[in-house]
Write a protein that binds this ligand. Structure first.
Ligand SMILES: NC(=O)C1=CN([C@@H]2O[C@H](COP(=O)(O)OP(=O)(O)OC[C@H]3O[C@@H](n4cnc5c(N)ncnc54)[C@H](O)[C@@H]3O)[C@@H](O)[C@H]2O)C=CC1
Ligand SMILES: O=C(O)CCC(=O)C(=O)O
Length: 414
């Protein structure tokens, strides 16, 4: 069994424990341990050289008892069905944690946008929507951005959906550009949610933000805004990375400079005391480590050497089960992915609501609502972790699975 399959088995194990905590029987677990639906699709795309390439994609719908399924679509060469399945289960947990009326869904296409032209990327985006069109829609399953997909990709997807569904196509997908029904604050929402959690955790650990040394892995949508927000609040960002390499400077990296120059100088090597690998980055001396890239980064192979006191999982699935055990035993406070990265889906929900009502809120209103949801979610999970002496991940799963399991029971499905 590969590493990705471990994503499913470890998720199932914790969901099982969470359902036990809530007093459910095996029947509930039998239903919830797997998605209700998984669709595999083939997407033919005409490439720039005139050839046709067929891409493989997936859409998993974990459970829609509590509402339509919801979750991002990732374009990445390492996408697998197992990964998409695990990601859809985590989306159910996120929706439960921030208390919004969705179940979990997730999609992915095996492709590498870094080596594709804009035209080819648009072909994959539109082809994916045509391929999954039977099972998605504003009342069934609402996609959103994830790794290597962004607002432009969401706009192409919405436009493709509008070809066959001309009524209110904005409600089909979230994370869109503002001019086509996007929400203010969605682009920064995942980062803002994670930063709110980091601040709450620092308070618990007595670390003043101005004294905090922070390492962030990944400098995309989540990682770059997290770095900028914490930098603006006075934290020292001592390490950052992209897939190719990482920068370290114990005196702190000028994040404004990196953001202003990222196209020109990539990750601004000259600002670093050392240029490292992504593996070395994770082991740097710091107070807060924020994996914000891909899954399976902190494992039993490096967990002992992780020095951070707080690990905030802005990425989905960055820490394995064994690594969670090692870090928890070492006394680290883990803010699990299903909590730390729930800001994105929260503001996606606000976007969907705004699309439905046709009235749009200001950014400060969105941020206020997001802050309220994230703070309340953090407090509920942290209090359960303390009161019942369970690790933060199990506490988060216990809170997160409640909404869907209750909906399943009320509907008589299990
Ligand atoms: N964008 C969103 O709203 C949400 C994103 N997330 C999660 O946050 C994480 C990052 O997503 P985004 O920032 O949206 O993606 P993105 O595509 O904007 O950025 C991904 C970043 O990860 C880096 N990366 C890719 N492969 C890597 C590797 N092998 N080693 C180290 N770094 C690598 C890339 O260089 C890039 O900096 C993912 O796990 C995603 O599922 C979670 C919730 C919502
Ligand atoms: O914004 C959304 O609906 C989903 C975001 C997502 O895919 C995630 O939280 O992993």
């Amino acid at each position: 069994m590969g590493e990705k399959s471990n994503l499913i088995t470890s998720t199932q194990k914790i969901i099982h424990q969470a359902l036990d905590n809530l007093g459910y029987d095996e029947g509930m677990y039998e239903l919830i341990k797997e998605p209700l639906r998984v669709l595999k699709v083939r997407i033919p795309v005409e490439m720039d050289d005139g050839s046709t390439k067929v891409f493989t994609g997936y859409r998993a719908q974990h459970n829609d008892a509590a509402g339509p399924t919801k979750g991002g679509i990732r374009f990445h060469p390492d996408v697998t069905e197992d990964e998409v399945v695990a990601l859809s289960m985590w989306m159910t947990l996120k929706a439960g944690i921030v208390d919004i009326p969705y179940g979990g869904g997730k999609g992915g296409v095996i492709c590498d946008p870094r080596v594709m032209s804009t035209r080819e990327l648009e072909g994959v985006a539109r082809g994916y929507v045509r391929a999954v069109s039977q099972i998605v829609g504003p009342t069934k399953d609402i996609p959103a951005p994830d790794v290597y997909t962004n607002a432009q990709v969401m706009a192409w997807m919405m436009d493709e959906y509008s070809v066959k569904n001309s009524d209110d196509p904005f409600q089909f997908i979230t994370g869109k550009p503002i001019s086509v029904g996007g929400s203010k604050g969605r682009e920064t929402a995942t980062a803002m949610g994670a930063v709110i959690c980091v601040e709450q955790a620092m308070e618990k650990r007595g670390i003043p933000i101005e004294e905090a040394r922070v390492v962030v892995q990944g400098f995309g949508n989540a990682g770059s805004y997290i770095s900028k927000m914490l930098y603006d609040k006075g934290a020292k960002i001592v390490g950052i990375s992209r897939s190719s390499r990482a920068l370290y400077n114990p005196e702190g990296i000028d994040i404004d400079y990196v953001l202003d120059n990222r196209e020109k100088v990539d990750l601004a090597d000259h600002m670093a005391v050392s240029v490292l690998s992504n593996e070395e980055l994770l082991e740097l001396d710091c107070d807060v480590l924020i994996p914000a890239a891909i899954a399976n980064q902190v494992t039993e192979l490096n967990a002992e050497r992780i020095k951070a006191d707080i690990i905030c999982e802005a990425a989905n699935g960055p820490t394995t089960e064994e690594a969670t055990r090692i870090l928890t035993e070492k006394g680290a406070l883990i803010i699990p992915d299903v909590l730390a990265s729930a800001g994105g889906v929260t503001v996606s929900y606000f976007e969907w609501v705004q699309n439905k009502q046709g009235f749009y809120w200001e950014e400060d209103e969105i941020q206020e609502l997001l802050e309220k949801k994230m703070k309340s979610a953090f407090d509920t999970i942290y209090d359960l972790h303390e009161a019942r002496n369970m690790d933060m991940r199990l506490a988060a799963y216990t809170v997160g699975i409640k909404r869907t399991s209750e909906a399943v029971r009320f509907r008589g499905w299990a």
